[in-house]
Design a protein around this ligand. Structure first.
Ligand code: FES
Length: 396
């Protein structure tokens, strides 16, 4: 590593390269500041360093200037370059020192007090984690569903919703929100159908990071929806909605059970187990599995297989929790199949979705987390072991 002669240095810029800031463009900010310094021949006077998280992630990307003691929030190149010339607009200042006192910018949130004086019983928060969709309608479905679920939850519990990706708040912000509202315990409950990468790695990674940031807060982790009797009931409801009588024998009907697809063996095995259990409860000669991505058989292959096996009627049964791009694609596929296979009657059932019975499963998962019987705690332990063995690059 370099050892610079810093005797001419007048200003030191600390550029946050923590995970959240990096996710918000801190690398570009670092390069823009360094480029501006170089272009104005200020290398001797201004020194820059990359740092890890500075504890003001909401203000990403964070840049700190010493000895002045100003903290900046950089969201555009103009601000990055203005820091070099000490001409940053007021709204981009997080903290400024005035008469020896630290002043917070008007638009900046207060943040969590490091020392929290506690009186009375511990406040518990339940944080539901949805996957998040590029289609806002899908995210709204989750929010509405949890809003209605609140009616069945002890009102002394704080209930919040966050998302893994594509929607806000993300998990980190969701945890922070719970703590800002006074939670001493945060019980993180994934709204995820099958146990794979998101529930095994991504959510545990967020919880483990939060544990490091908030050592006084107790975290627990709920298990995924997985294999549950209610899941089978919901699937049967979706079939009934397209006119399939679950109590009748359907000699020439095939059900094509369609999942998102995962490379995770547990997720795949669970999906096939659900298919087996469903098959025990519906009287059809053919119940094939297919996946819309990642793994095979594809939906096209599944459809061809049903036809080869002699199906005269095929019901596509999507095992998706929310509407979104994939559901739209599935509907388009169903239309195309109708054109391609005119001899076969093809229907598409509604996606699994936020059926009221799903609430029963989620509340069960929540109670398991609250009373310490959730297998999610083992998932956290497994994640820690995984990190010891393979490491883990944390990204948001
Ligand atoms: S990652 Fe930059 S302040 Fe947290």
């Amino acid at each position: 590593m370099a050892t610079w002669n810093l005797t001419q240095m007048q200003r030191h810029l600390l550029i946050c390269n923590g995970a959240t800031c990096m996710g918000a463009g801190a690398e570009e900010v670092t390069q823009q500041i360094r480029d501006e310094i170089r272009a104005h021949h200020l290398d001797e006077q201004i020194h820059t360093s990359r740092t890890r998280c500075n504890g003001r992630c909401k203000d990403k990307c964070v840049v700190i200037e010493y000895p002045k003691g100003t903290w900046y929030s950089v969201q555009q190149e103009e601000t990055a370059r203005a820091i070099v010339h000490e001409s940053v607009a007021e709204e981009s200042i997080i903290y400024a020192m005035e008469h020896g006192e630290r002043q917070r910018g008007e638009t900046r949130i207060k943040g969590i007090d490091k020392y929290r004086k506690r009186k009375g019983p511990k406040k518990k928060a339940v944080l539901f984690v949805g996957h998040g969709s590029r289609l806002e309608a899908g995210n709204e479905e989750v929010r509405q569903f949890i809003e209605q679920t609140k009616e069945q939850i002890d009102p002394s519990l704080l209930v919040e919703t966050c998302f893994l990706e594509f929607a806000s708040p993300n998990i980190e912000d969701g945890i922070q929100l719970c703590i800002e509202k006074g939670a001493d315990e945060v019980h993180v409950i994934p709204i995820i159908l099958l146990h794979a990468g998101h529930s095994k790695l991504h959510i545990p990674a967020e919880i483990e990071e939060a544990k490091g940031l908030f050592p006084d807060i107790r975290f627990t982790y709920g298990q995924t929806i997985g294999i549950h009797d209610e899941v089978l009931d919901i699937l049967k409801t979706r079939l009934a909605e397209v006119g399939f009588d679950v109590n009748q024998k359907h000699e020439e009907t095939a059900i094509l059970f369609i999942g998102r697809g995962s490379s995770d063996v547990d997720a795949k095995a669970d999906f096939y187990t659900i298919r087996e259990k469903l098959w025990e409860q519906v009287n059809v000669p053919i119940l094939e599995c297919a996946f819309i991505g990642v793994t095979t058989p594809t939906v096209q292959e599944g459809m061809e297989r049903c036809i080869e096996l002699g199906a005269k009627k095929i019901i596509m049964l999507p095992y998706f929790l929310f509407t979104g791009i994939l559901m739209e694609r599935m509907n388009r596929m169903a239309e195309q199949f109708k054109v391609d296979y005119p001899q076969t009657s093809i229907d598409i059932a509604g996606y699994f979705g936020y059926h009221p019975k799903l609430r029963t499963v989620l509340l069960e998962r929540m109670n398991q987390a609250l009373d310490g019987t959730s297998t999610g705690m083992q998932d956290l332990e497994n994640f820690r072991r995984y990190v010891e063995k393979y490491g883990y690059e944390h990204t948001h």
